[in-house]
Design a protein around this ligand. Structure first.
Ligand code: FPP
Length: 253
């Protein structure tokens, strides 16, 4: 076992965020819900910028769930349009700051212009090494697990690692699945809403009443301070500092 101190600095932390509360933020100000989503995009920019300073090298953001198709068509169109604009406007700043953008979820139901914006943002930022930002779009964790299970229907013996590798698609769409270290949900609700269910098996959960448009770098810092205070045991009895994060396997064996 490797030695460590509680001051250990994390080398790589995966934070996932359920960015809830845009609509309520807008309604509380007498604004249209669309204004809440627009303010939410500004929050995304601020958090992406602040994240590397906390040792976060992977940030997964829940932008549009597969169940969000059930919202009024105008809101769906507005959200998808904002995401497309974001992918286009953030391409150059992301390249400059070493941010790699990737999209997880299904692309089958997305319009052609959005698919083009995704392909272009992913290709343009593929060399980014400071942080990877995964945007979950038409995403359902249950569907993702189901699809991986179907692909493996004929496999005789399958390990957790092998299953993990199959979780995030096939071919060029494939990317590494990483356990979530910290899951943040804004907006006061305390549930997972079909987000990264497999990856959150040992995630630390952090719920805050702050609405997503109000969630700024100071709130991220508070969440990270709380995360570092937690002790993770991964089912065993020996407490491990949260900072061990994604490398927990090395500490346990
Ligand atoms: C939940 O708030 C939020 C969403 C369904 C969408 C989140 C999207 C963004 C923050 C903007 C686009 C994202 C990116 C990555 C560019 P809600 O509308 O359910 O809020 P409510 O619970 O208050 O109604």
């Amino acid at each position: 076992m490797m030695s460590h101190t509680s001051q250990s600095r994390p080398r790589s932390i995966h934070v996932a965020v359920i960015m809830d509360g845009n609509g309520r933020w807008a309604e509380a100000r007498g604004l249209h819900r669309a204004e809440g989503h627009r303010a939410g995009v500004a929050s995304v920019r601020r958090i992406v910028e602040a994240a590397p300073g906390h040792g976060i090298d992977l940030l997964t953001l829940y932008a549009f769930s597969s169940d969000n198709w059930n919202r009024p068509p105008g809101e769906v169109a507005n959200l998808l349009c904002l995401i497309e604009e974001f992918l286009e406007s953030e391409r150059a700043p992301c390249i400059e700051r070493g941010v790699r953008m990737r999209i997880i979820g299904s692309r089958a139901r997305l319009g052609e212009p959005l698919r083009r914006a995704i392909a272009s943002a992913e290709a343009a930022t593929h060399a980014g090494r400071t942080i990877e930002v995964r945007i979950a779009l038409d995403y359902s964790s249950r569907d993702t697990i189901l699809a991986a299970t179907r692909r493996l229907a004929h496999a005789r013996a399958i390990t957790r690692d092998a299953f993990s590798r199959r979780l995030n698609g096939e071919g060029s769409a494939r990317l590494d699945v990483r356990d979530v270290d910290l899951l943040i949900r804004t907006g006061g609700e305390q549930r997972l809403s079909d987000f990264l269910l497999w990856e959150c098996a040992y995630a630390e959960l952090y719920f805050t009443p702050t609405m997503w448009p109000d969630f700024g770098p100071g709130d991220l810092a508070a969440a990270m301070t709380e995360f570092r205070r937690r002790q993770r045991r991964f089912g065993t009895v020996q407490p491990l500092p949260a900072a061990v994060g994604a490398t927990a396997e090395h500490w346990l064996h």
